[in-house]
Write a protein that binds this ligand. Structure first.
Ligand SMILES: *Cc1c(COP(=O)(O)O)cnc(C)c1O
Length: 368
């Protein structure tokens, strides 16, 4: 028997969440963002459920290659563009679109026209205020006009990315400012735009015109503006469940402690369960006593420090729990009870993004 931990990928949840994205922005093309190995789910695992997307977006050329090997013939967008001039040859071979965020990438593209007749759909990225990637608004038009003269540019989509789309309001929170900076420049130029991430799709679709949306975290069943709104509020379903089992049980007396550092001290006699899951599986060591779990589909909590291969849960309210009882660290129990990854992340001072990306290679994946 293998160690009883697994990460379950739920194809029906991915399909459902993609449908929700399409319903939020019915006029838009919905690109599924599958960077970071599909947010830790595995590109091969999620692909069958996401092939109804209008395109895929990611940033690693090897991942793009894997998508092509799976048979995807539609659009693929490289969100960070190419990293070195030679990448353009692979983009030509695999028919990849890419963002252009900096002058060096434009220079490489110009040079590539000398050696290849390949043509590309490019996404010209504006830095509208996040100050990560993109051309400043004042420089944008000149680059756009320069690209129009390139023989290897087939189309130019205007692209930007929001820093605060998960913020409380459209105005006052930065998104309106960025959107105005973007619109003031690109409106006069014409052409398609790609603006919205999950938070903008869910929270701001009435204010934002984005012909191509880049939907990431919402596809995986995490709410970008938790705790203001939960996945139940958005009608999203968890696409990943981290499940394990109880492998040992201890009865402890009042005053006894649990785990390394004796961080948890029992206030009364209690029954506790040891679970085959630790930080080497991707469960955060920083998750404190009280972080929620499901034992046999009923809520409980972890106790004491998470160790490398194990953690401990409270069984005081779970007299039926025994060796082999299912423990859900996040996601769905086999009975269908949901423990949202956002709730676990919030208890651990992080985001669902980090938890799902952090599941380690030793955890077997199962596709349901
Ligand atoms: C990751 C990413 C997205 C998707 O963001 P979510 O918040 O997961 O929806 C969209 N656009 C860009 C440029 C990204 O890097």
């Amino acid at each position: 028997m293998p160690r009883p931990i697994q990460a379950v990928v739920h194809l029906t949840a991915l399909q459902h969440n993609l449908t929700i994205a399409k319903q939020r922005v019915p006029q838009a093309q919905v690109f599924a963002v599958v960077k970071a190995n599909a947010y830790g789910h595995g590109i091969e695992q999620v692909y069958p459920a996401l092939r109804e997307a209008h395109g895929f977006a990611l940033l690693d050329l090897a991942e793009a290659q894997r998508l092509r090997q799976l048979g995807w013939q539609g659009k693929i967008l490289l969100l960070e563009g190419v990293f070195q001039p030679q990448d353009l040859a692979l983009c030509a071979e695999l028919d990849l679109s890419f963002s252009l965020h900096s002058p060096h990438q434009v220079a490489w593209l110009a040079a590539f026209a000398q050696q290849s007749a390949a043509q590309f759909d490019v996404y010209l990225k504006m830095n509208s205020g996040m100050n990560r990637l993109g051309f400043q608004a004042k420089d944008y038009r000149a680059v756009f006009e320069q690209l129009q003269g390139f023989p290897n540019v087939r189309s130019i989509t205007h692209m930007t990315h929001f820093s605060d789309a998960d913020g409380p309001r459209f105005s006052q929170d930065g998104i309106q400012h960025q959107y105005l900076v973007f619109q003031n420049t690109v409106q006069a130029l014409g052409g398609l735009t790609s603006v919205s991430n999950s938070a903008a799709i869910l929270c701001h679709s009435e204010h934002i015109q984005s012909d191509i949306v880049r939907s990431g975290i919402m596809l995986y069943g995490s709410s970008p503006n938790y705790p203001k709104q939960s996945i139940e509020d958005w009608n999203l379903k968890p696409s990943m469940s981290l499940r394990s089992e109880i492998i040992a049980i201890q009865e402890i007396e009042q005053g006894e402690t649990v785990g390394y550092g004796s961080q948890f001290i029992a206030e009364r006699q209690m029954r506790i369960g040891v679970v085959a899951c630790g930080y080497a599986d991707g469960y955060q060591r920083i998750s404190p006593t009280g972080t929620p779990v499901l034992v046999d589909s009923q809520r409980s909590q972890i106790l004491g420090r998470v160790s490398m291969d194990m953690l401990v849960v409270d069984l005081s309210q779970h007299p039926q729990a025994n060796i082999g009882s299912e423990v859900v660290l996040w996601g769905q129990s086999s009975q269908g009870t949901v423990l949202s990854i956002d709730e676990v992340a919030a208890a651990s001072g992080t985001l669902g993004y980090e938890l799902m990306c952090g599941v380690t290679a030793r955890v077997p994946m199962q596709v349901l």
